[in-house]
Design a protein around this ligand. Structure first.
Ligand SMILES: [Mg+2]
Length: 201
């Protein structure tokens, strides 16, 4: 039986794509809007391939982006998502798994007055696979993989959940397009927070 709904943060709960864009333009050379089209339509793996980001440069690149993301001020949660959290928290325990910092996430939740709805924020780099992070989260909070649904906005969220034997919901309002997400065959694909709530109710 499902007891926990665990959310990815960036792109799923929080509207952060514009911030990532801004940071990428500042930090890296030759960034163009095309890169973000590739990210949305084909996923981050395809972007890494196309931009020929070398494997040994990847940790540095990811670290640069994520460390700057943890300091970004002014992030907002998607307004409709806030409504859905209020409904879902009546029937489920809620958690967050993210490579964004716990403080940054908590401050944002608090700003929207939804911090009290969450049981935990599990913050850890997903550089070596988000599946490992999901497994660690389950272990730390003593959750069996069959008791949780993981909600994420990227292809790698779906892959990670499958590897960790966790049911998953893909949301199409984040970093990846509906088409891209569908290719990964998520357990459920939703186009709005309302749809997510009606699936889980
Ligand atoms: Mg995300």
């Amino acid at each position: 039986m499902i007891k926990y709904i665990v959310f990815d943060f960036d792109g799923t709960l929080a509207d952060t794509l514009s911030f990532i864009k801004e940071i990428a333009y500042e930090e890296f050379e030759n960034v163009s809007d095309h890169d973000f089209d590739v990210l949305r339509e084909e996923g981050v793996g395809a972007l890494i391939k196309e931009r020929k980001i070398r494997f040994w440069n990847l940790p540095k690149t990811v670290l640069k982006l994520t460390s700057r993301m943890t300091n970004v001020q002014g992030i907002n949660l998607f307004p409709e998502v806030i409504d859905s959290l209020l409904v879902l928290s009546q029937s489920y325990k809620l958690g967050i798994v993210s490579s964004n910092s716990e403080k940054n996430i908590f401050d944002n939740l608090k700003k929207h007055n939804v911090h009290h709805l969450f049981d935990f924020i599990f913050s850890q780099s997903s550089l070596f696979g988000k599946d490992k992070v999901l497994k660690k989260m389950c272990k730390k909070h003593q959750i069996h993989h069959s008791e949780v649904i993981y909600v994420g906005d990227e292809d790698r969220d779906i892959v990670a959940a499958k590897k960790a034997k966790i049911k998953n919901i893909a949301v199409s309002w984040g970093y990846n397009s509906k088409n891209k997400l569908r290719q990964l065959n998520p357990d459920f694909l939703v186009n709005s927070p309302k749809e997510m709530v009606s699936y889980l109710s």
